[in-house]
Design a protein around this ligand. Structure first.
Ligand SMILES: Cc1cc2nc3c(=O)[nH]c(=O)nc-3n(C[C@H](O)[C@H](O)[C@H](O)COP(=O)(O)O)c2cc1C
Length: 194
């Protein structure tokens, strides 16, 4: 009898534990981004791209996992060649093959970071978005640019993925690159709107 009670207590604690760890409140989120180091507008030659700097701040603040979208053929480091290559990709609606395609299947909430290229997302971000199943997931976009702003990227993400899309964090690349207290306060304000 005592053993039976003890056994049922152990089963109850175990079940409660499983329910807690798998509940939405405990579910882990993912920060996924594309960004480019090297020569860029307004920031010169950088070791780490603007969106990458912002992504790391967001992942740290939210406690989320972090993953990078990496194309198989890396983009040129100099801005002139990059401009030519990316324009050609944009005009031909290319879908560059990925070397690292982050797996989003275990996450319900995704912070998605992209720079603005040609008033749109880089084509490599489309490769990523089109290759994943976003059903039932929520995307929180964060976008870096050098003057053009959001460029309807939130709407494009919603169209491509069918996911629920939250308010976007839109920031100049120069500010994202600094990753200082001001950058952090913009991140904090954005996260409050979720
Ligand atoms: C090829 C290319 C195209 C760009 N096109 C735009 C644009 O259309 N509008 C804009 O505001 N910024 C544009 N930018 C500036 C980037 O959006 C900005 O520098 C961004 O922060 C870069 O992010 P990253 O360092 O993470 O790659 C462009 C930059 C590059 C390299």
């Amino acid at each position: 009898m005592v053993f039976k009670r003890f056994f049922s207590l152990v089963v109850s604690i175990f079940t409660a534990g499983i329910l807690f760890w798998t509940s939405p409140a405990f579910a882990k989120s993912l920060t996924v981004y594309f960004s480019k180091a090297g020569e860029n507008y307004s920031v010169g030659e950088v070791q780490e791209g603007n969106t990458a700097r912002l992504a790391k701040l967001i992942a740290k603040t939210t406690g989320s996992d972090i993953a990078e979208i990496i194309p198989e053929n890396e983009y040129p480091m100099d801005i002139k060649t990059l401009t030519e290559v990316s324009k050609q990709e944009f005009e031909s609606k290319a879908r560059p093959v990925l070397k690292d395609n982050p797996d989003i299947s275990g996450y319900d909430e995704i912070y998605l970071g992209t720079p603005v290229w040609w008033a749109d997302m880089p084509m490599v971000v489309y490769t990523f978005l089109e290759s994943q199943d976003f059903k039932g997931k929520t995307i929180h976009p964060f976008i870096t640019h050098e003057g053009m702003g959001l460029s309807a990227i939130d709407r494009k993400i919603a169209e491509v993925t069918g996911a629920k899309v939250g308010p976007s964090l839109v920031m100049r690349g120069t500010m994202a690159q600094k990753a200082d207290e001001e950058t952090q306060s913009h991140v904090d304000e954005w996260l409050k709107q979720k």
